[in-house]
Design a protein around this ligand. Structure first.
Ligand SMILES: [Zn+2]
Length: 487
């Protein structure tokens, strides 16, 4: 390819605090518009901001988890712009002295690992929400504003421009989300807007070190739309450059319906915001002991968990990924594994039938009691029930929470095993199906399966499958040799 794509991301994350960044208003989602507001977050004159300690703790925790270097002294600034979602006509943000600098996240892309570096992480306040009457911001008749979100603590994470495709940007975001979820700093819901992503994207001649003119893409509301929008924008710019024209620096809006980027306005440079230090707040000075205590309290992070799971339970990489991405399922697996040592059998049940049944029933792993699965697995291991019966019981156990042991006792569905019990049934089936016996002797493999099915049917699916197979074969061979084989 003649050009290479260069993408940098700006991620905005709503921190999971009870109250806003500088006032005591609630951050609860989905309330009546303009009910979580006070003079401060409405920008009324004379109100003064007060730091939310929890927001600072969460911001530092996130920065530590991303290997970013915490600046013990940082400062807040006013970012001035006039827009109806901003009641004060400025946003309190951090400009040249952010909370943290640098950092990185390692992602796995097409089998190889890549370090994605971060430029900075800073704290700022959320704006209000505009609700446009009509399909989109373009061509709306009027717009309503809700200030419930104005003043919610936001963390902005800026990557260096080194992602090189929509796919890579998406993978980075997904991994970032997992890290942030693990440290409990945000619920990271893209659909509710608590995790948002804007991207700067430009093209440059392959091998060149200089960056091309970039466009900023906004309004990507899912991981999939990040990938689609960036791939679309890369193609658009490539067409412009290939035709000998130049890309204009601008802000674009991703149109989810039409799957195109639409220019919104010329892109502001930072000088347009007339940043200046926020006079109502002192610089933020952190004690190193405060940072150290948060570092010590960091939970196990996704990549650490993956490695540990692989090692501790001899899991394949793919299996460890599943149990990390689906954290609840991983927790469930581990609480069963503490009391059940056949990890191979356990993971097969968990990633197979259990996961399937959870999807089917719309239940979550945390709703299932680990002891129930242990009971079920032990029933199989002891040969009391066979696998097909166990699968049925698993389905019911997930639906009703009933004990498998109890279901077995009440219903008399123990496995039928042992020569004494199985042989008479096998003999009867063989005598009743001479055609199938003949077919078997002619070498038709299906005939055996047919006879197994007959025995299963007459035992209500309870026959021990291994033993049954063996007995049937024995019986059929004996029949052929006229019963001259010894028992
Ligand atoms: Zn308020």
């Amino acid at each position: 390819m003649k050009y290479e794509v260069v993408i940098g991301l700006e991620i905005h994350l709503e921190l999971q605090t009870q109250s806003k960044l500088f006032c005591g208003c609630s951050t609860a989602f989905g309330r009546e518009p303009n009910t979580n507001c006070c003079p401060l977050c409405l920008g009324l004159p004379g109100s003064l901001p007060v730091f939310n300690r929890k927001a600072i703790e969460l911001a530092v925790t996130a920065a530590l988890a991303l290997n970013s270097s915490i600046q013990l002294k940082s400062r807040f600034d006013r970012k001035n712009y006039f827009y109806p979602d901003l009641p004060k006509a400025y946003q309190v943000s951090q400009y040249d002295q952010p909370l943290a600098r640098g950092g990185c996240l390692e992602i796995e892309f097409e089998g190889s690992r890549k370090h994605v570096n971060l430029e900075r992480i800073h704290l700022e306040e959320e704006a209000g929400k505009l609700i446009h009457a009509g399909d989109s911001i373009l061509g709306a008749d009027y717009t309503l504003v809700d200030y419930n979100r104005a003043g919610i603590p936001l963390l902005e994470i800026v990557t260096t421009p080194e992602l090189c495709s929509g796919r890579e940007a998406r993978l980075f975001l997904e991994d970032l989300r997992l890290v942030l979820l693990y440290c409990g700093v945000s619920d990271c819901k893209m659909e509710e807007g608590s995790l948002r992503c804007d991207a700067n994207i430009s093209l440059r001649s392959t091998g060149s070190r200089e960056l091309g003119t970039k466009a900023e893409v906004k309004n990507m509301n899912s991981f999939r739309s990040v990938e689609q929008a960036l791939d679309y924008e890369a193609e658009r710019q490539e067409a412009i450059l290939s035709a000998g024209d130049s890309v204009i620096q601008e802000t674009c809006h991703w149109d989810e319906e039409k799957k195109v980027t639409v220019p919104l306005r010329g892109k502001e440079g930072s000088s347009d915001y007339r940043y200046f230090p926020e006079p109502d707040l002192l610089p933020l000075v952190l004690q190193s002991s405060f940072v150290e205590s948060l570092a010590a309290a960091l939970p196990e992070l996704p990549y650490e968990r993956r490695l540990r799971l692989q090692e501790q339970y001899q899991l394949a990489k793919k299996e460890a990924f599943l149990l990390t991405e689906n954290r609840e399922l991983g927790d469930f697996f581990e609480s069963v594994a503490r009391q059940y040592e056949d990890y191979r059998s356990l993971i097969n049940w968990v990633q197979g039938d259990l996961l399937y049944q959870l999807h089917e029933s719309g239940k979550h792993a945390k709703e299932i009691e680990p002891r129930l699965l242990i009971e079920l697995l032990l029933l199989v291991d002891k040969g009391i029930i066979n696998r097909p019966v166990a699968k049925d019981l698993l389905t019911e156990m997930i639906k009703t929470g009933e004990s498998p042991q109890k279901m077995v006792q009440e219903r008399g569905i123990e496995q039928i095993s042992g020569r004494d019990k199985l042989l008479p049934i096998v003999e009867q089936v063989v005598n009743e199906n001479p055609e199938a016996v003949k077919n078997f002797h002619r070498g038709k493999k299906k005939a055996l399966a047919f006879l197994v099915g007959k025995v299963m049917a007459s035992t209500g699916g309870r026959a021990d499958p291994n033993e049954l197979n063996q007995l049937l074969k024995e019986k059929l061979i004996k029949k052929r040799t006229g019963g001259r084989m010894k028992d």
